[in-house]
Design a protein around this ligand. Structure first.
Ligand code: GDP
Length: 460
């Protein structure tokens, strides 16, 4: 879906708060007639005479009939989210009232907004660039501290300014080399090939770092894929349930909060951990034993973290060492977790401490030392890089453009090595510029915009 110019002239309306019953609901309008049309159905005072950024109490009426008592907030262009006239009407949160208000406005010629249309207008009117617009969507969907910070950082332009800076430097070189094309007769060199190589290599390093950060970005957005592995009866389900219940308890301790628990997702220290294949885990298959089976191996390799759990009441050190060996060969970071400290056999703990000093001792059943385990889990995923405010790519589209930028930059370097003609060199640089520009929206196509904004919900 893309929007024609005529559609951009429309005044649009949508419910901005979630569907369903609530204490209040907010209905938002944007467009040049937003204040004028609202004024026609609002009784209390003349909204058209009111200054921007003010709130007014009154009633919304359909003819003589009062639909609701409301608060109306007014934002005058260009000082609003969309840079157009914007009105936010806070009504009581009943779906009947919401429908009546929406119908009333539609009858007055206001159009129901399409998904993402408010944010798209904000983008088209220069409120922010594309990466920031996408961050609005990420921010709304953020459900952990880290994903919230990443989205906020991106929305405030941290990511974009870095890309923009790189692009400007490269544009300069592209134009110098293109200028040389006009002087092919004379043997002039406006752009030092050496300087160009230095710049391209520098940009390449930064682009590669951003590409690498995508893994971390993905983790922040989707959770750290984690596997609990161990023999049947090691206590895998007990541990998962203990961690899950603890999180539920913490959340429900905060009065008035509710959260939909996604089964098998746990927030530890603001980071979401996603436990994979926990259904399989309940069947108590011996996951370590099955590492030899390639399908299991592939699955375990998709994890970023493995908790290797074994039973202190039924321990065979030879077996444990064999398992640990297998896990080391797998190459996925793992923690050695000894369970059932309450039932540990004589000497086994000291023996383990001697052989594997990094073992974590817990009792999943008695909820002993879960804090210690959590601290070690956080240590292992090490999100410090993120916390220092480094730029993190969380968006697949950006990742895609960055990968293509990298290819083009590598082509520029190969071109320099092989001393290709200027027109080829300029072409490769332009290609890199194109992909970098796609990220911030300096280069856009209708398809690209349609693709991005259609993923938003209506009302955003
Ligand atoms: P799984 O097959 O690895 O998922 O193991 P389960 O979680 O089903 O646990 C197997 C048995 O060990 C169950 O009877 C649990 O109650 C018990 N269990 C789990 N953790 C502990 C613990 O810390 N101490 C004791 N004494 N028993 C435990």
């Amino acid at each position: 879906m893309s929007f024609s110019l005529a559609e951009r002239e429309d005044t649009i309306i949508a419910l901005a708060t979630p569907q369903g019953v609530g204490a209040i609901a907010v209905i938002r309008l944007s467009g040049k007639d937003a204040i004028k049309v609202t004024n026609e159905v609002f009784f209390g005072k003349n909204l058209e005479n009111q200054p921007s950024h003010t709130i007014h109490f009154g009633t919304i009426r359909n003819g003589e009939k009062i639909i609701d008592e409301v608060l109306v907030s007014i934002f005058k262009a260009p000082k609003s989210f969309t840079k157009e006239n914007v009105v936010e009407i806070s009504t009581h949160g009943s779906s009947y009232i919401i429908n009546q208000v929406l119908k009333l406005f539609v009858r007055k010629g206001v159009r129901l907004a399409k998904p993402g249309e408010f944010t798209q207008r904000a983008f088209l009117n220069g409120q922010f660039d594309l990466a920031q617009a996408e961050a609005v969507a990420d921010l709304i969907h953020a459900d952990s501290e880290t994903s919230h910070q990443a989205a906020l950082n991106q929305m405030r332009g941290g990511f974009s300014s870095e890309i923009q800076e790189l692009r400007n430097q490269l544009i300069h070189f592209a134009s110098m080399i293109e200028l040389e094309l006009d002087f092919t007769e004379e043997d002039v060199e406006f752009a030092s090939r050496n300087d160009l190589r230095v710049l391209v290599e520098r940009i390449l390093r930064i682009v590669e770092e951003l590409i690498l950060s995508f893994d971390l970005g993905n983790v922040i957005k989707n959770g750290v894929p984690t596997v609990i592995a161990g023999k049947p009866n090691a206590g895998k389900s007990t541990l998962l349930n203990a961690l899950l219940n603890e999180e539920k308890a913490i959340v429900s301790d905060i009065a008035g909060t509710t959260r939909d628990f996604i089964e098998d997702e746990i927030s530890i220290g603001g980071v979401i951990f996603r436990f994979i294949d926990t259904a399989g885990l309940r069947e108590t298959t011996d996951t370590i034993e099955a590492i030899g089976v390639s399908r299991t191996q592939e699955k375990m390799k998709t994890a970023s973290l493995i908790l290797y759990l074994f039973d202190l009441s039924d321990t065979d050190l030879v077996e444990i060492n064999r398992d640990i060996n297998k896990l080391e060969n797998l190459g996925v970071p793992f923690l050695k977790v000894a369970n059932k400290t309450d039932k540990a056999k004589e000497n086994i703990i000291s023996e383990l401490k001697a052989q594997h000093p990094d073992t974590i001792f817990i009792s999943a059943g008695q909820k002993e030392n879960l804090e210690g385990l959590k601290a070690r889990i956080l240590e292992l995923v090490n999100l410090d890089k993120f916390r220092t405010g480094n730029t993190i790519v969380t968006n697949v589209r950006h990742y895609d453009s960055l990968t293509k930028t990298r290819e083009s930059l590598l082509d520029v370097l190969t071109g320099l090595d092989n001393q290709v003609t200027n027109d080829f060199l300029a072409m490769d640089i332009r290609r890199a510029l194109h992909y970098l520009g796609e990220i911030t929206g300096a280069v856009t196509t209708d398809d690209l915009l349609a693709n991005i904004f259609s993923k938003f919900c209506i009302g955003k």
